[in-house]
Design a protein around this ligand. Structure first.
Ligand SMILES: [Zn+2]
Length: 91
């Protein structure tokens, strides 16, 4: 069993809502699942989907950061592709 098409679309939509900023903002897997209405027993499928998205360059998984949803520090932070956030020219 894998995530449904609509679940995958919700996951991507949640990531797209992230605003660019200097701090790495994103979601831990648990909060991303909650936001995208993915049930706990489907987290393994969510993780597999995320790694596929990372390979496509649509998002990144950082080794640490602040989860926007919970305001807590996490070891695996899912963020949207930072090339979009880095569009601002350097000073
Ligand atoms: Zn979280």
């Amino acid at each position: 069993m894998v995530l449904s098409r609509s679940q995958e679309e919700r996951v991507l939509a949640v990531l797209q809502r992230q605003l660019p900023g200097s701090l790495p903002l994103g979601y831990c897997v648990a909060h991303l699942a909650t936001a995208a209405k993915v049930k706990p027993d489907q987290h393994v499928h969510l993780a597999r989907f995320l790694y596929a998205v990372v390979r496509k360059g649509q998002c990144e998984i950082l080794e640490e950061g602040l989860c926007t949803a919970g305001g807590h520090e996490v070891r695996e932070l899912v963020v949207r592709d930072r090339s979009l956030a880095l569009a601002e020219p350097p000073r």
